[in-house]
Design a protein around this ligand. Structure first.
Ligand code: BG6
Length: 490
């Protein structure tokens, strides 16, 4: 059951993900989707609406999730399983009607139900309460699982309150706090690279690593999401969730096993070790920016403040760069620089592991450039590259920087994906490995809270032209430590 069935997420990501799951035939025959939203409509209109949305997405090469053509048979299979119910999320009658639809479909047989909360976050608590009161999360006749989208709270206090509230109605094992970055192949590959190859793990610490950069650069602007984004901003939208999950994968200790509990516990521990800065330090260790008009992703983009549902005087950041520390034995003294922004020069999501220079450098030439680097690229071309120096052939000893590249697309025929496919499938089979626990979420908010507190009292949101790489102050954030950002899109 999808709450928020007429929303953007359902159209742009959930429906393509369900469609993609029909290729490997991972949806059972008895599978049904019941969409719930406040707009008037019926099963047929809902199906037509989603079919139109799918046709608009298919063949769009800017969208990694897209196939070149819509497979009519697979889409028909899915469309005939789509149903719709008009209902107000806050009205108990909606839940009575839902129960009736469920009973009608189940016909007395055992059945599992996933409630997917793809709504505005203000409804999360209410919907769980209503589901609880209506007995809809009772598991006597099959599993009842609730998927909760981001943002999970808007600060530490609200995240804690939401956790407390939903845990009154649900057991932790029924809660799937989703972060679609965890569904991306390369994110999970970070664990495989680190823990299946001693060559990497042996150097994965403060003795060999100078610093880590985590970047999520997008060319898109705020698009139609002004109402949400102007309240949230880049930090809340991307940091405590997506970028911290990447940080967790990079920084975590090896788990005792690959069980969900072991992995989640280690990841949470890494996030808990992020230094909680004083507001003064937070101000010094952060740069905010907001895009002005320009050209990004090959098209003219009006200024952020001119976007629909954005205040003309908005100070919301569309770019943020932070310097963080991780206070444990493995990472003490190794800065983690995180940045994300809309309307940047390229689409590029990556983790850069910058190794230290050798303890004594006999090559004069090597003194002037960054030592070896490992780049884990998530988007747009999933892969991994190692940059290191070799000697050029010839009588002279001259160094040359070379790259050893591994691209997923060269080795594997990967099916198009949104990141949601594997996560939806995991909810169906009850595997919580790639979902966040309450403590992880709270630790993430705790680490970003000083930045939000400091910004509410002062600091500047710098302008940057759309199509550039954020404000120059972000370069200065690294330059003062004698470092530079890895070039976006390289
Ligand atoms: C979403 C954010 O969670 O992630 C968006 O709300 C952002 O603002 C998106 O664009 C990025 O995800 P992806 O998979 O396109 O990199």
């Amino acid at each position: 059951m999808i709450f928020g069935a007429r929303g953007d997420l359902t159209k742009r990501l959930l429906t393509p993900a369900l469609y993609n799951l029909t290729a490997p035939e991972l949806l059972p025959d008895g599978f049904r989707v019941l969409g719930v939203d406040h707009n008037a409509g019926d099963d047929a209109a809902f199906g037509k609406d989603l079919a139109a949305a799918m046709r608009a997405l298919i063949g769009n090469t800017a969208n990694e999730a897209s196939e070149p053509h819509l497979d009519k048979t697979r889409w028909a299979w899915l469309q005939q399983r789509l149903g719709y119910l008009t209902g107000d999320f806050e009205d108990p009658q909606t839940y009575g009607a839902l129960a009736a639809r469920l009973a009608e479909h189940a016909g007395g047989k055992r059945h599992g139900v996933i409630f997917y909360l793809a709504t505005s976050p203000r409804f999360f608590g209410d919907i769980v309460d209503q589901l609880g009161k209506a007995g809809l999360v009772d598991q006597a006749s099959g599993f009842r699982r609730v998927v909760i989208e981001k943002p999970f709270g808007h600060d530490l206090a609200s995240a804690r309150a939401l956790n407390r509230r939903i845990l009154k109605r649900l057991d932790e094992s029924q809660i799937y706090r989703i972060d679609h970055f965890l569904g991306k192949e390369t994110v999970r590959n970070i664990m495989a690279v680190r823990f299946a190859n001693s060559v990497f793990e042996a150097v994965w610490n403060r003795h060999n690593i100078d610093h880590v950069q985590i970047t999520a650069a997008e060319t898109v602007g705020v698009e139609e999401r002004g109402a949400y984004y102007d309240q949230a901003g880049a930090l809340r939208d991307m940091l405590p969730n997506h970028l911290f999950q990447l940080l967790g994968m990079v920084a975590m200790e090896p788990p005792n096993s690959l069980s969900a509990d072991a992995i989640r516990a280690e990841k949470a521990r890494a996030i808990e070790a992020i230094e909680v800065q004083t507001p003064t330090a937070a101000l010094a260790n952060s740069v905010r920016g907001q895009y002005r008009a320009g050209k990004a992703g090959g098209r003219a983009l009006p200024a952020y403040r001119a976007a629909e549902n954005v205040s003309r005087r908005s100070h919301t950041e569309t770019y943020v760069a932070l310097k963080l520390g991780i206070d444990n034995w493995r990472w003490a003294g190794v800065p983690f620089y995180l940045r994300t922004g809309k309307a940047m020069s390229g689409r590029d999501t990556e983790v850069v592991i910058q190794f230290k220079a050798p303890p004594s450098q006999p090559f004069q030439q090597a003194l002037n450039r960054a030592p070896s680097q490992l780049v884990l690229q998530l988007q747009p071309h999933e892969g991994l590259s190692l940059a290191f120096d070799v000697k050029q052939p010839g009588a002279d000893v001259r160094l040359e920087r070379v790259w050893m590249d591994f691209r997923y697309a060269d080795y594997f025929k990967a099916a198009p994906g949104t990141g949601y496919e594997t996560l939806i499938y995991d909810v169906m089979i009850g595997d919580q490995t790639l979902f966040k626990k309450a403590d992880e979420i709270e630790a993430s908010w705790r680490a970003v809270q000083p930045f939000m507190t400091a910004w509410s009292k002062g600091g500047v949101v710098h302008g940057y032209a759309a199509g550039t790489n954020g404000p120059s102050q972000a370069d200065a954030l690294l330059a003062r430590d004698g470092r530079v950002w890895h070039e976006v899109g390289s």
